[in-house]
Design a protein around this ligand. Structure first.
Ligand code: HEC
Ligand code: HEC
Length: 221
């Protein structure tokens, strides 16, 4: 789906949600702040609230209440379970006005709500329950080999290396294409234009590696 279309769907869905309108607030921040562009680009607009796992659960509601105040909605599947606690800790400090990025955040943070300790625990449990399944190097020792270099370099920039068995071989190209869009959105190395000294995104090598360990049977869910 095109970014603009995805964003429109996402914004419409979020705007119609029943819990006040944190996303509307975020949009105002992005429009008014000189740092708006930076905030908007922190996370891509890839997950709409109603596409979250267990969208009616307390955890999902808290995510939609607190985690779109500054950037797009985080996908619980972005990080492995053990990575979420430090991320949430950093975000909650920020919401409570004690984050790094001092003056920048002080400007922007007027009116930001922060979760109670109990809500924070619920949020964390939710994120961990639906976290990314990381690659297990004992099961896939090839991950350390030169043949996996393209995958290792490209796919560890933002989160843990994902378990190739998450998808079937024919499903991976779509996911990798979305990650390329994420890289553009988040201004990470993409290297699709040959430039001297810049690492290239070797999609064919990445897909070849993923296919070797991809899920064979149809997905359970
Ligand atoms: C007060 C503003 C603010 C709120 C609210 C906020 N974030 Fe963030 N978030 C940021 C900023 C600024 C960054 C970029 C700097 C950084 O990574 O610390 C960021 C980056 C991120 C990233 C990408 C960086 C990484 O480590 O993967 C994730 C994921 C994230 N936030 C998740 C969350 C979650 C989950 C919540 C709700 C519990 C949340 N954020 C609420 C300001 C916020
Ligand atoms: C620029 C940062 C970035 C890079 C680099 C990146 N990802 Fe991601 N990845 C994300 C973000 C953001 C999410 C959550 C939003 C989403 O799912 O689009 C995510 C989520 C995922 C997920 C879980 C969601 C799902 O649909 O299953 C998988 C699997 C994944 N990435 C695979 C990869 C692979 C394979 C690569 C290397 C080609 C890669 N990622 C490189 C940012 C990145």
């Amino acid at each position: 789906m095109k970014r603009a279309a995805a964003l429109a769907v996402f914004l419409a869905a979020a705007a119609s949600a029943a819990f006040g309108d944190p996303l509307e607030q975020a949009r105002r921040r992005w429009a008014e702040s000189p740092h708006g562009e930076m905030l908007e680009r922190i996370l891509p607009p890839t997950v709409a609230p109603e596409r979250l796992p267990e969208p009616q659960s307390a955890g999902a509601r808290l995510l939609v209440r607190y985690c779109v105040q500054c950037h797009h909605l985080p996908n619980p599947a972005m990080h492995e379970a053990r990575r979420w606690p430090p991320v949430v800790e950093r975000m909650v400090l920020r919401m409570r006005g004690k984050g790094n990025l001092g003056p920048l955040m002080a400007d922007l943070m007027a009116g930001v709500a922060s979760p109670s300790d109990e809500e924070k625990a619920q949020l964390l449990a939710y994120l961990r329950r639906h976290a990314l399944a990381p690659l297990d190097p004992r099961r896939v020792p090839e991950v350390a080999a030169p043949s996996a270099e393209a995958f290792r370099l490209a796919c560890s920039q933002c989160h843990a290396l994902p378990d190739p068995a998450r998808y079937r071989a024919e499903e991976w190209p779509r996911v990798v294409a979305r990650m390329q869009e994420n890289m553009e959105w988040m201004n990470r190395v993409i290297g699709t234009q040959p430039a001297r000294g810049e690492p290239q995104l070797r999609v064919a090598d990445i897909l070849a590696f993923l296919s070797r360990y991809a899920r064979r049977e149809p997905r359970a869910r």
